[in-house]
Design a protein around this ligand. Sequence first.
Ligand SMILES: Nc1nc2c(c(=O)[nH]1)N[C@@H](CN(C=O)c1ccc(C(=O)N[C@@H](CCC(=O)O)C(=O)O)cc1)CN2
Length: 307
Amino acid sequence: MNAQAPIKLIDGKAAAARVLAEVSAEVRQMKAAGLAPGLAVVLVGQDPASQVYVRNKVLRAEECGIRSLEHKLPADTAEAELLQLIHTLNGDDSVNGILVQLPLPGHIDESRVLQAVSPLKDVDGFHAENVGGLSQGREVLTPCTPAGCLRLLEDTCGDLAGKHAVVIGRSNIVGKPMAALLLKAHCTVTVVHSKSANLKDLCRQADIVVAAVGRPRLVDAEWIKPGAVVIDVGINRIEEDGRSKLVGDVDFDSALAHAAAITPVPGGVGPMTIAFLMKNTLAAARLQHPAQPNLAKLPEAPCRSIS
Ligand SMILES: Nc1nc2c(c(=O)[nH]1)N[C@@H](CN(C=O)c1ccc(C(=O)N[C@@H](CCC(=O)O)C(=O)O)cc1)CN2
């Protein structure tokens, strides 16, 4: 990418459709080899956004031919009851992937719940075994949003080696695994966050900016080096001009002035999160059947190792 190239909108919906087509083809091969992959989705409570995400996950799974089992629990579910459900799903051979939708109600210890999911069925890549594995270079299940962002970057830029990537945000779901994946792709990686000094100046040095901080329109043209590629992970609902709208962490209209390519919100990273959940479900099924020769011949899982 250079500063003279026309601005390119990174179409996350189209990219996700391509990933889902890959998944559908792999599911057909898997079924022919005797394995019908299954995904269990657990939702506790009635958070409206979570209900939409869970519904979309189940729909996408069905479209790809993955069996989905939805477990909807009331908001006052005791932690012990949720842990018992996860224990049951861990032991159910027809379930290859387990996803617990976040956030959980406040009375439940999120970390304890995520640790209860078998690392081999952890399609979110949130278990400490997988988190540690990602930073150590072992083949592990990788969080869906960063995996989706990496695919968008590779599709847009090709080889990422040597590029300076700035990740804004240090969450366990996006910022930290994103940094690990960009290191694996041989980028120079800087992670900045709310306590960083000179946030804007650091960001202005980046060839690649990944914004995942949860602050509506924080990043504008002044933060972006001309020719940089911008990935906006933020999904913030705001009231503006008397109506509710979704905006990212990047001020899209302003950043367009400098960016070579940029993801919109909605329609950028979000659809890739769900597409990579489907990829991870197949990767988990393969991990659980290492001795199945027909499955071993299938295309590579999206597990990534770091060197
Ligand atoms: N267990 C998990 N919980 C949560 C995750 C996760 O990866 N695993 N990530 C987010 C929510 N999320 C998936 O669960 C998610 C967020 C947004 C989208 C999406 O497609 N967004 C659309 C806009 C949707 C809208 O209109 O509200 C877009 O950006 O185009 C998909 C998945 C937190 N919890």
